[in-house]
Design a protein around this ligand. Sequence first.
Ligand code: C2E
Ligand code: CA
Ligand code: CA
Length: 707
Amino acid sequence: MPSGKGMTNTHAVDAALEAMPYGLCVWSEDLTLQVFNSRYAWTFGLASDALAAGMSLRECCRAVIEAGNYFGYSVDELYEAMIGRFERQKRQEAPTQYEQFLRDRSIRTTYTNRPGVGWLVTHEDITDANDHLTALSKREADLARQAMRFETAVDNMAHGLCMIDADHKLVICNANYANLYELPDHLQRPGTLLTDILDYRFENGMRPKEGPMAFLHRRVRTISEGKRSVDICEFENGQVISVIHQPMEDGGWVETHQDITEQRRSEARIHHLARHDALTDLPNRTLFAEEMAMAESRIRRGEMMAVVCFDLDHFKVINDTLGHAVGDALLQQVAARINYAKREHECAARLGGDEFAILAGPLRSPSDAAALAERLIATISKPMEIEGHRVIIGTSVGVAVAPTDGEDGETLMKNADLALYRAKGDGRGNYRFFEKGMDAAMQRRRAIESGLKLGLIRDEFKLVFQPLMELESNRISCMEALLRWEHPEMGFISPVEFIAVAEEIGFIVQLGEWVLQQACRVAATWPSDIRVAVNLSPVQFKSRRLLESVERALDEAGLPASRLELEITESVLLSDSDQTLETLHTLRAMGIRISMDDFGTGYSSLSYLRAFPFDKIKIDRSFIEDVGSKDANFEIIKAVIALGRSLGMSTTAEGVETEAQLDAVRAHGCDEIQGFLFSRPLPEKDALELVTRLSPRPAIGAQRSYA
Ligand code: C2E
Ligand code: CA
Ligand code: CA
């Protein structure tokens, strides 16, 4: 390899020169090439022998230009430039460096001036280093861009974000995180200790509801578990924050913090709405059922509880007459009174309409429940002032006590309902405890309710006829039509039972019309001096169809009105309206006779006798029953008979079963008797036979019992 032979010849120096990773040349002060290595020639694309020690600068410039370097430069121009460089370098001690492109390579050239020696010039190929550098700076730029993107993303996140390292120091947090906890600037800096942040949060109004210690314990557990987790943190100031914890591989973690206070509030609102009645804000059926389910376990543990069901008496009337606004306001006032009557922790619910229930307990004894029922009845029935109306409403209450009357919610509710039903049946405004058998009674009632209509279609109803005997003439004056129902499964059902049900469900109107028709039809087959008596229910009486159906029954049967007697009870006159009296007068004007049935069983029987001119008073069986005994009620019977006489009304003694009773009522001047002594109610055929056989004038002494 060529080498600076003029300066040294040792092989070691040659080898060192050649081993250098850069091109090197040394120029003497008179600008002659002294030493160079082959890398120097290579730098300019020159063959090794194109240069030689001792060449002048101009010769070298020529070789360099001819090899195609410094495109556009002439040899002279290059030479001048080089001279300038050497001159400048001569005036300064520190080497100068510049980069140039030679043959697509980046070359860093360094000039060093060595006084007394000349110039040392090195050419270092930095292409690869440069490439590396560009790559580096590109990566740096990318990273910076990424970091910027990341920061923008982090700062624009809807949630608060913080990254904590394994030493529990803050790596980064976003603006939302800082805002959420109102962190001052110095606590947002990377490196801040997490405990400092937490301490600040606790002191700055964000104390955890569970207390700082419990809160920290929980957080520490989360961190040590090293798993992703979601935690809901509630603070004393009412704020609720959901924290998602995400561990990182290096022992640190990232958390997002979301303020869910509002969301929680609306969830709570929805939860409340779903479990409360919108009008009264009392718990609704759903919440009541939940409370009940919880109570079941308490009952199983031996606590005594009670389900108290109640509804308002005749609430519908208020709604219908005063309007729904008043009805709603009333329910709200009632709700307030219920809350007042119950104990604070007890659940009082509105189950719908005017139905309410209280889950009461624990009780010391059932009398606690009775006291609650009494309180409810007393507070609810106090007068209310609603939109200028003075309203009084009563309530009926049913009570089922656990565990005696049931251990599960469903049974208790059902039994309390049955008791409520009984309370209503017993005249409303009172309370009843559940009793065994109410269930069966209810089932029976339901069966009757659903069987009535079908019974009429299937022809299950029959009329029987019981004679009324005129004492003076010893002849049958009248036959009372009494309804019979033989249910296909339940067998014989007393009219006392099914007529009450028919009245309650309004079916009595239809059933009563059928009785009227049948009674008139049958009576038309009897001797013309025998009347038929038909019982009318008060419900039937309120129906506008009554007059019309009476007329039609008479017409269809071809029976004169004078052969029909209608028996009504005092309750018809209870609603002593002009309408009632008018109907009664109309019926009477048609020639129909009107009897007062069951006289003496009501509250003010006597006063009703003045309200309407009845044709007949039927003294109730209960007075006749006593006649044989020692505390016999002759005085009452005597008084009634006398009163009837003075008012021009005849009297009939019901339920005469013994000779003694017969003798007694006859002695006191009774006009008629009815009872088993003379005859039980008879089927249509037997009744016909009786009236034809005994007509006219049987001797009552010889014809006692026919039944
Ligand atoms: P009520 O109108 O007082 O009918 C008389 C009831 O007394 C009948 O009972 C009859 O069988 C019974 N009875 C008659 N004599 C004696 C006696 O000597 N001793 C005893 N212990 N009882 C006697 P029944 O047929 O069971 O009817 C009961 C009630 O059912 C009737 O009482 C009446 O209020 C009602 N009812 C019956 N049929 C009808 C009907 O077609 N329409 C209406 N609205 N009610 C009816
Ligand atoms: Ca009767
Ligand atoms: Ca009667």
